[in-house]
Design a protein around this ligand. Structure first.
Ligand code: GLC
Length: 476
């Protein structure tokens, strides 16, 4: 089948978060399946346009209307293209090529409405008639709506799938955005309107043939106001299912990861011990093997549970543990954690940085990985941690609930340590249980880490589930 994927980011071209990882792996995995032809469409950001890292060639250009605007659309593609996966980039200097922001400009709504419409216009120009149009997050949401509104007669059989990676960002705009920017036929006014404003994610949810999100639990949670950021009613009355993400197990592999000096696998953990020692040296921690290293690599944002970590930090440093935090984010957390490190030299190390190579060394060198998120659509870090033999301690929410079943000391089943309600004491309780196992039954702890390493977190299974979903939709 012919699948068109539209998204605002995909590694290695551009990545600001987990969406970039998903878009790196999923299109490629689908292209591996017999009979699929996949295209991925991304904006041509300044860094890509000016950088020499990727060899791009122009394919064509035309102009397109966006309400009263007459906008330029250029199409570029990778020169070294693969047969069954083709990556295209939408070129427009005003919206993307001449400014360095990926997200966060005053006119993001207009930028990504333009991108979504241009992506469809590019498919038309390239004469790539998709069987499935699969759009991700609010930045590509309008492609679902434009497909229905403007391209239906061109590809009448196409099914649209919209995936929510994070419901917090919905693409809100003032009501006049509908006439001034979107330029859709009038019947779509009610589709796009929500709470007296324009909401692009809502438009995609009600227009798509299927809405998916990135874990089964998050799909259920999205039906409740606590998680859905106002969209619970809309999500309850539309078709919604959850497919848990995978990770690229060739990139995240402790046997080959170039960021590591020592390599290892589930059968032989000597290299992991060496990684722990190296991490202690690199981060200025005391060199010792009796204390587990607890680690977090994260955006320092409230909903990642950093508030819980700060709340329990004084109790935590009384334990026989070491703590490593890597990340950047909200100033109050950067400050609180820096103070914690200063007050506990040799025991707590904090790096305020976004550094993927250091992240790898932390995943490899740590014993326990903390992820106390308030909500987590899927979460990739816990999967990477397990792949590197670092046992997760997580809040039982969203994808964390689906991927980290609780460890049962009686049967030895489970993959990590969990807590149910979002509060510091329960989080601390889960850490205590994990540390206790590490200290009192190291063999059981190691066996748990080894089992986690052997789990298949690759994209094979989720890509198969998407393929199945597409098939079912096309058969309707
Ligand atoms: C978002 C979510 C994260 C998910 C990722 C990829 O970043 O917050 O939980 O893993 O998207 O789907």
């Amino acid at each position: 089948m012919r699948i068109a994927m539209i998204a605002s980011e995909a590694a290695p071209y551009v990545k600001t978060g987990g969406l970039g990882d998903v878009m790196q792996a999923l299109p490629g995995e689908l292209a591996k399946q017999r009979g699929n032809e996949v295209v991925l469409i991304l904006p041509l950001y300044k860094k890509l346009k000016e950088g020499k890292q990727f060899d791009l060639e122009p394919v064509g250009n035309f102009t397109m209307e966006l309400s009263w605007r007459e906008s330029y659309v250029g199409i570029f593609r990778l020169k070294s293209r693969r047969k069954k996966l083709q990556v295209y980039f939408i070129d427009n200097d005003y919206y993307f090529g001449a400014r360095s922001t990926v997200y966060g400009d005053f006119d993001d709504g207009e930028r990504f409405a333009y991108f979504s419409k241009a992506a469809l216009a590019a498919l038309y120009y390239l004469d790539f008639k998709p069987d499935v149009l699969h759009c991700h997050d609010w930045q590509a949401a309008m492609a679902v709506v434009y497909c229905k509104a403007l391209y239906h007669s061109w590809c009448p059989g196409a099914k649209t799938v919209f995936t929510i990676h994070n419901v917090e960002y919905q693409g809100w705009a003032n009501a006049d955005f509908f006439d001034n920017t979107l330029g859709l036929p009038d019947p779509f006014r009610s589709v796009m309107t929500f709470d007296g404003a324009v909401n692009m994610m809502k438009g995609a949810i009600v227009s798509a043939d299927m809405v998916t999100t990135v874990s089964r639990s998050y799909a259920q949670e999205l039906c409740y106001p606590y998680y859905a950021h106002k969209l619970d009613d809309i999500l309850r009355s539309n078709r919604l299912c959850g497919i848990v993400n995978g990770i690229d197990t060739t990139v995240y592999d402790p046997e080959t990861d170039p960021a590591l000096k020592h390599h290892y696998n589930a059968e032989d953990l000597e290299g992991k011990k060496a990684c722990k020692l190296a991490l202690q040296k690199e981060m200025g921690l005391d060199i010792r093997s009796d204390a587990p290293i607890l680690a977090m690599v994260t955006r320092l944002a409230g909903h990642k549970g950093i508030d819980l970590l700060c709340y329990i930090s004084q109790k935590l440093v009384q334990q026989n543990i070491q703590l490593v935090i890597v990340g950047t984010g909200e100033k109050q957390y950067e400050y609180a954690l820096s103070v914690l490190a200063k007050e506990n030299p040799g025991k707590v190390a904090v790096r305020l940085a976004f550094d993927p190579a250091l992240a790898s060394r932390v995943y490899a060198g740590a014993d326990l990985y903390l992820m106390p998120s308030k909500s987590e659509p899927c979460g990739l870090s816990q999967l990477i941690a397990m792949r590197y033999g670092t046992v997760p301690v997580v809040a039982a929410t969203g994808g964390l609930r689906d991927t980290v079943p609780p460890y049962n000391p009686e049967t030895g089943e489970g993959r990590g340590f969990t807590f149910q309600s979002y509060n510091g004491d329960d989080f601390f309780g889960a850490i205590e249980r994990a540390v206790k196992l590490y200290q009192e039954d190291r063999d059981a702890f190691t066996a748990l880490a080894q089992r986690d390493m052997k789990e298949d977190f690759s994209w094979k299974v989720p890509a198969g589930e998407y393929q199945q979903l597409y098939k079912e939709l096309l058969a309707e």
